[in-house]
Design a protein around this ligand. Structure first.
Ligand code: F6P
Length: 544
């Protein structure tokens, strides 16, 4: 079944939401709390180790209800069924979107009538076998030494997920050192190779298409580096590949038993759960990889079954729509209060912006409303000393997700308490702000002559009323991380359904690739430049 096509602006709730936004804009969070003593319990949600508090958002119950109506208008239930069943909902590429099947214990999803379960189990077994053999040292390199280093060569979805997860779960890492080579920048490959020993390094060439310029160039560079020091014959022992393009992997010289297939129903930016996660299984051990999948699977089940008002990904998605389409927010910030999640927002940038950065509807028309918002963020407390100034006193509305963990992984309670005091204080400060009267009273209390600070007082005022959602999670385990990622993935799905766009293609990345290839061939053929005047001048300056 294809995804339903509904222009959200034709929903009766669209106008209603516009009016509700106008009235919310005229009130404050403080007033919303004053007017409803049960706001926190009504607007928070518990699921397993997660407590998510939506109450510090500029939204009313009436607006939540109108958003649920909007979701129903968009036929979210039917869309969800099509998604989990393996229907070809990535219509412009004729593909299913089934990363959920990779972490499901009982998926009976079928793609073109064929069950996918068996195929999933088979690849997982192979990931387990290779990772266990490399970790234990039973699989050796060409000089019979065990492996010490793993290099993942891939970009976009073939890089960001594994980087983010291996960093996020660094606490659980084993002795293997994992490196990531993504950029075609010659300095990136050179830096990654620096200090590596070919005898003890395993290279994973990860590319769904096996046609990505950056990955193929990097893989060839690494191959040359390797052969110069080892030999052609040693390649099958030191190179593995993850791809849907099995012809190209064998042309590269990777032996069949080191090729991990990927189904075309796994989108690049949702692929860390597939063999693309090989570097995760290698660096954390297979059991942790499995726990990551399990957590994601549990969140999938919650998303599939929970009613709208108790459904975490649905609420995250609808809140984003509220801010984007009715409150005129342009961006959303993700602020994890753990250094381990320092690549989380970079990962979500691709997941969200490559998915919902679209302006053509599923019916093929230009949309007349905003879609995908800009995702950004850095961990707290560092970000407090960087961009929080703008969040507190700037002119922009930036809804933020604050993600914190009740227990730290390394026991050091004083540090954890300091971290979490900041975590709670920031959302409070963003909401409450500080009035002119409060600033004046503070000066007066200190005995400062108010006349002498008159010109400073307005600069110390905080308007407050800045919205945040707090995720308080028990601890950063592989299971909880899997669930957290899955919640954001489904948020993206729900938003795409409501915005009536195709979330699982990425045609918008193609034009730049085409033009880069044209420039390269112009250089190769020493052809006349034929570009706009600005680009022409820049190209001349580069190849002078
Ligand atoms: O150019 C965008 C993109 O296609 C992403 O969607 C994808 O994750 C990335 O490139 C890498 O693609 P591949 O895994 O096929 O090399």
């Amino acid at each position: 079944m294809p995804l339903p096509q509904n222009n959200p602006e034709r929903s009766p709730s669209w106008e209603k939401l516009k009016n509700l936004a106008t009235s919310v804009q005229a009130t404050t969070l403080i007033d919303l709390f004053k007017n409803d003593s049960s706001r926190v319990s009504k607007m928070s949600l518990e699921w397993q180790d997660f407590y998510v508090d939506f109450s510090k958002n500029l939204i009313t119950e009436e607006a939540w209800n109108a958003l649920y109506d909007l979701a129903n208008f968009s036929e979210l239930d039917a869309a969800k069924q099509a998604y989990f069943n393996g229907d070809l909902i990535n219509e412009t590429e004729g593909r299913a979107v089934l990363h959920t099947a990779l972490r499901s214990k009982h998926s009976n999803a079928k793609v073109n009538g064929k069950e996918v379960n068996h195929e999933v189990a088979e690849v997982k077994q192979r990931i387990q076998a290779l990772s266990e053999a490399v970790i234990s040292g039973s699989k050796k390199g060409y000089t019979q030494k065990p492996f010490t280093d793993i290099v993942n060569i891939g970009i976009g979805g073939s890089d960001l997920g594994p980087v983010m997860v291996t960093e996020a779960l660094a606490y659980y890492k084993n002795h293997l050192k994992v490196h990531f080579m993504s950029n075609v920048d010659p300095d990136h490959s050179a830096e990654v190779l620096k200090g590596l020993n070919p005898e003890t390094t395993l290279f994973l060439v990860v590319s769904k298409s096996f046609g990505t310029q950056e990955t193929l160039m990097n893989a060839q560079t690494v191959r040359r580096w390797f052969v110069e020091q080892a030999s052609e014959e040693a390649i099958p022992l030191h190179f593995a590949a993850v791809s849907t393009n099995l012809t190209q992997t064998s042309t590269f010289g990777i032996s069949d038993d080191m090729v991990f297939p990927m189904a075309d129903w796994v989108g690049g930016r949702f692929s860390l759960w597939s063999a693309v996660g090989l570097s995760i299984a290698l660096s954390l051990g297979y059991a942790h990889f499995e726990a990551l999948l399990e957590g994601a699977g549990a969140m999938d089940q919650h998303f599939a079954e929970a009613p709208l008002a108790k459904n975490l990904p649905v609420k995250m998605a609808l809140l984003g729509i509220w801010y984007t389409n009715f409150m005129e927010a342009e961006t959303e910030a993700i602020i994890p209060y753990t250094q381990y999640l320092h690549r989380f927002s970079a990962y979500l940038q691709q997941a969200s912006m490559e998915s919902n950065g679209k302006s053509t509807s599923r019916s093929g028309e230009s949309v007349a409303y905003q879609t995908g918002s800009i995702v950004w963020g850095e961990p707290g407390t560092n970000s407090q000393h960087a961009f929080f100034q703008l969040m507190h006193q700037g002119t922009k509305l930036i809804p933020c997700d604050f993600i914190g963990f009740r227990t730290s992984l390394h026991e050091n309670q004083p540090h954890q308490d300091a971290l979490m005091a900041n975590f709670f204080a920031q959302t409070e400060a963003l909401m409450k702000g500080k009035t002119l009267e409060e600033v004046t009273a503070e000066f007066a209390e200190k005995g400062v002559d108010l006349k002498s600070v008159e010109h400073i007082i307005p600069h110390k005022v905080f308007a407050g009323n800045k919205p945040t959602t707090t995720f308080l999670i028990e601890s950063l385990t592989p299971y909880n991380l899997g669930a957290l990622i899955s919640a954001y993935e489904h948020k993206i799905f729900v938003q795409g359904v409501v915005w009536n766009v195709f979330s699982y293609d990425q045609w918008g990345v193609e034009l730049g690739k085409q033009l880069a290839n044209r420039i390269l061939s112009e250089w190769q053929d020493k052809a006349e430049f034929n570009h706009d005047p600005s680009t022409q001048a820049l190209l001349k300056r580069y190849k002078n």
